[in-house]
Design a protein around this ligand. Structure first.
Ligand SMILES: C[S@@+](CC[C@H](N)C(=O)[O-])C[C@H]1O[C@@H](n2cnc3c(N)ncnc32)[C@H](O)[C@@H]1O
Length: 314
């Protein structure tokens, strides 16, 4: 009898926890913005407009059928064809495309390019995170907010935070990415903005900042699945992320906020949610975890892009 009651209590506890977990995973979308639109998707591809340029790129998760007429796809300026897994491949130019062209993202101007690995120099799905970061910065009183942007790539978040008056530390392991980010800084008219450009391994940099007792008001972490630091340091998401997140937890100033975004197919938002809850345990606050997606301009379907966890003390 006592054993039955205990089993019933255990079962009730498990289903409550499971219901709690399920309820807290959410979908955050962007429907695009003036200079970016997802025009159509399907058959493993996506058709997007970046500023005035339309590109056709692979999208393995677009399992459904395209809706736009074939001629709209044929009208793309450039088509990327390549091996899905490795994202290797090349661009076929069907209509003239400038070497780089401006794409407005809020207060920043990003120079987009047809880059290797089908990249454009901008991840538009991150717009909801950038807006959330700006809202956290706007809440900051009394001192100039400090932002740490790890794996910062071409610097969209860096420039938006700098335009909002923050002191930003931009960390990336690639000289090319930092040079591109500095071009975007000039294109955004933010050359005087207080940005610290750090060519460094993100994990090493964060560990050093912890030893120095540094703190930040917003920390953005957007690692690749696999990467290398400037001196060949290996970044492997599943082994390198937990220690980095522990260091990021130690770098959070009172009242600070954290955004983790992960582009990894074989992973779940629940995993990153629970990691963040462990490294931030005892701090209360609120968590949001789930998936980022881009909704088609028609409003019909949404293309999933990445996983995320956001934490803020409020
Ligand atoms: C997916 S991109 C980040 C996108 C960026 N957060 C954005 O919103 O535009 C990954 C970046 O991580 C950088 N990276 C890879 N390994 C790294 C490491 N060990 N330390 C620092 N940066 C690294 C790459 O150079 C690349 O710019």
């Amino acid at each position: 009898m006592a054993q039955d009651n205990q089993q019933r209590r255990d079962h009730a506890a498990h289903s409550a926890a499971a219901a709690g977990d399920a309820a807290r995973l959410q979908l955050i979308e962007t429907a695009g913005f003036a200079d970016y639109a997802l025009l159509d998707s399907g058959a493993g591809r996506k058709l997007e407009r970046f500023g005035s340029i339309v590109v056709d790129r692979p999208e393995p998760q677009a399992l459904w059928s395209p809706r736009a007429p074939e001629r709209e796809w044929r009208h793309a300026h450039a088509v990327f064809s390549g091996d899905d897994e490795e994202e290797k491949g090349r661009w076929r130019i069907d209509r003239p495309v400038p070497e780089s062209w401006p794409v407005k993202v809020g207060a920043a101007t990003m120079l987009c390019r047809l880059a290797s690995f089908r990249h454009m120099g901008l991840f538009p799905e991150q717009m909801p995170h950038w807006e959330w970061m700006l809202a956290r910065l706007a809440e900051k009183r009394g001192e100039t907010p400090r932002v740490l942007n790890l794996f910062a790539y071409t610097g969209a978040a860096t420039l938006l935070a700098a335009a909002a008056g923050a002191h930003v530390t931009h960390v990336d392991a690639s000289k090319k990415a930092i040079a591109w980010a500095k071009e975007n800084q000039a294109a955004s008219g933010l050359t005087a903005a207080p940005i610290r450009w750090m060519l460094d391994d993100a994990a090493k940099f964060a560990a050093r900042e912890v030893r120095r007792g540094k703190t930040y008001h917003v920390i953005l972490v957007d690692p690749p699945k696999f990467g290398r630091g400037p001196d060949g340091e290996v970044w492997d998401l599943f082994t390198s992320l937990p220690p980095l997140m522990r260091d990021c937890a130690a770098l959070l100033a009172p009242g600070a906020a954290l955004v983790l975004t992960v582009y990894a197919i074989r992973a779940s938002a629940l995993a990153f949610d629970q990691l963040c809850r462990e490294v931030l345990s005892g701090r209360g606050g609120s968590y949001q975890s789930g998936e980022l997606a881009i909704r088609e301009a028609s409003g019909e379907r949404a293309v999933p892009t990445s996983l995320f966890t956001r934490w803020s003390p409020a």
